[in-house]
Design a binder for this molecule. Sequence first.
Ligand SMILES: Nc1nc2c([nH]c(=O)n2[C@H]2C[C@H](O)[C@@H](COP(=O)(O)OP(=O)(O)OP(=O)(O)O)O2)c(=O)[nH]1
Ligand SMILES: [Mg+2]
Length: 153
Amino acid sequence: MENGAQQTPATTTPPSPPMPKVGVAVFLLKGSKVLLGKRLSAVGHSTFALPGGHLEFGESFEECATREVKEETGLIIDKTEYLTVTNNVISEKVHIVCIFIRAVPADVNQKPETLEPEKCAGWDWYEWNNLPKPLFGPLEDMVQSGFNPFPTT
Ligand SMILES: Nc1nc2c([nH]c(=O)n2[C@H]2C[C@H](O)[C@@H](COP(=O)(O)OP(=O)(O)OP(=O)(O)O)O2)c(=O)[nH]1
Ligand SMILES: [Mg+2]
């Protein structure tokens, strides 16, 4: 090489190892019912799950809950409250620390819309004592453990 010109070595970025992500899922409660939708995403395909998604940079858990429910169902939520957190290793590549928030619809007469049809087949209210099957794995685990999202009065 002339004049000692430096040649930039070819670099290849090594694949980054999978990292845990933060999810926020919402127990949206109406009377004794909870809002669930059949997932069409690869993770938990065809299982019934709560509305929710991944925490974005700078968001509070409540902000994420409000945003995800609005994006996925069009519903405006109210009275958001932290419930619990679970650590879910779902597959070799998917590890989610999931924050669970409880909320109620601001308007009980507002109907949920399927705003992300590629991710969810449709939303409906289900009696807590008669949940549809199969539930999304992490949700099934919570139900099996006796978890109850309703406020004790
Ligand atoms: N939506 C939802 N997520 C849950 C539940 N239980 C649970 O552990 N999670 C965890 C695993 C999910 O992969 C993760 C994020 O939710 P998601 O899979 O619906 O994410 P998304 O595509 O709607 O969100 P995004 O990436 O567009 O932000 O939260 C649940 O019942 N519903
Ligand atoms: Mg989602």
